[in-house]
Design a protein around this ligand. Structure first.
Ligand code: SF4
Length: 453
């Protein structure tokens, strides 16, 4: 290695040292490792970050100890760079220090540690690691059995300014006899003979121990942004979510839909079972149309939109629903579904209903058009797969081959959900409106990918 290159590393000016580090790695690769190691302790944090990055690029195992040391750096940028660099080394010995990084006070460090650990095939060894992983990954909520010290560590992780989870946790606290329990939906308490005590607030940490229930507001003034899709599709209708019975909310959505998009002269209305059952009921009550059960659902088939391939989704639609010919023959019908994602399932359904003898098929959707993915834990398709992200309502109608198509408006959807409350203040509607309550790294990356495609 040329002498003058090494001399540049010793420059008094941090900027020069940074440039020398980058140049050295670009030209010498792994051969530069031994020369770079002392600079992990450089007094300038910018140089330390550059060295850590460079060591990751070398992918050389000799850098491992130095990078583990950098995980304790006072500067968050250096710690974040160290996590990325450790992931690049792809070495199982990095797992243990990376699990400690799950408790880092900075969200970016924890989030990158989760990605690195996932890539290394790590599995949480206990409840505390499970919860720290969930917090770092931005998942919605977790329950854990941990000791008092771990409760403090979890509270610290939740307290991070930029952690979206803290604003989005709403879970249920219940009681069975003398014992307490927690669940993601209140219907779980009915099943075990318990009752809902109350929902857990965003930013609230509830611990249940020898002194009973203790509640702490670990994030002051946490903003609500409750997932509106829970009301539309995910939650069970017999659950109380955000103070509302999901069944009643869906019924109101159907009523709003009938007011916004009536289907004059139709003979009957029916749901795409089961999540839209209450919506079809609301539509029937408001429109005066007869409610039928014209699609019979096979309960041994799961949710179709999460299936990985189009072929498997199409096959499942056919197995999942069977149209009742005797109800449909010669009729002008209204079909109510809770949402329309790619459009392919709706298209299959419309074809199936026509083949069963329906004269006209009018499709109604009890939520607004889905135009963007979810970055908060719901496994939705990418933007380019969402039919409403690049097509007008008329184009979607033509694609699904319906005689008419009507979506519930954003306003109608929120009015039904809020039921007199302030809808703008309470709910996340990002996959419908693009108004993401918390900007996540994935959202930024996805936006950049769309821009460059
Ligand atoms: S983006 Fe959509 S699915 Fe995700 S939390 Fe917001 S409303 Fe729910």
């Amino acid at each position: 290695m040329k002498w003058f290159k090494l001399q540049q590393l010793k420059s008094r000016r941090p900027q020069m040292r940074k440039q020398a580090v980058a140049k050295l790695v670009a030209e010498e690769g792994a051969k530069a490792v031994d020369h770079l190691l002392p600079f992990v302790a450089d007094p300038d944090s910018g140089v330390r970050k550059e060295v850590v990055r460079a060591l990751g690029q070398t992918k050389d195992e000799r850098a491992l100890t130095a990078l583990i040391h950098a995980l304790r750096d006072v500067d968050g940028d250096v710690r974040e760079a160290a996590v990325v660099a450790l992931a690049q080394l792809d070495n199982q010995r990095a797992i243990e220090p990376l699990t400690r990084a799950l408790g880092d006070p900075r969200h970016e460090v924890r989030w990158r540690a989760v990605r690195a650990l996932d890539a290394l095939g790590w599995q949480p060894a206990n409840d505390e690691q499970e919860v720290l992983r969930a917090i770092a990954a931005g998942e919605f909520s977790k329950a854990a059995s941990v000791g008092p010290a771990a409760v403090e560590r979890l509270a610290a992780a939740l307290r991070d300014e930029r952690n979206p989870k803290r604003r989005m946790v709403v879970e249920a606290l219940g009681q069975v006899g003398e014992r307490y329990c927690v669940a993601s939906e209140s219907c779980a308490f009915d099943i075990i003979g318990g009752k809902l005590l109350r929902e857990i607030e965003p930013g609230e940490l509830v611990s249940i121990g020898a002194r009973g229930i203790e509640s702490r507001e670990v994030v002051k003034g946490a903003r609500r942004a409750f997932c509106v899709f829970e009301h539309i599709y995910f939650a069970r209708p017999d659950s109380l979510v955000d103070g509302q019975l999901v069944y009643a909310t869906r019924e109101r959505m159907g009523e709003e839909l009938a007011r916004e998009h009536p289907a004059a002269g139709a003979d009957c209305v029916f749901s795409v079972p089961d999540s839209s059952n209450a919506m079809a009921l609301g539509f029937a009550e408001t429109s005066g149309l007869k409610l039928e059960h014209a699609l019979i659902r096979n309960h041994y088939v799961g949710r179709t939109f999460i299936n990985p391939t189009q072929a498997s989704r199409n096959a499942k639609v056919k197995i999942k629903f069977n149209p009742v010919r005797e109800v449909l023959a010669g009729k002008k019908v209204v079909v109510v579904d809770d949402s329309l994602v790619r459009g392919t399932t709706s298209r299959e359904l419309v074809q199936m209903i026509r083949q069963a003898g329906a004269r006209e098929v009018h499709f109604r959707v009890a939520s607004a058009p889905i135009t963007g993915p979810c970055y908060y834990g719901i496994d939705t398709p990418q933007r380019r797969e969402l039919i409403a992200s690049g097509n007008s309502v008329e184009e979607i109608r033509r694609f699904i081959e319906a005689d008419s198509l009507g979506y519930l408006s954003e306003e109608g959807m929120l009015n039904a959900v809020a039921n007199g409350g302030d809808p703008q203040r309470l709910y996340c509607t990002a996959c419908f409106t693009g108004k993401y309550p918390v900007v996540r790294e994935e959202a930024v990356e996805a936006a950049a990918a769309v821009a460059s495609s």
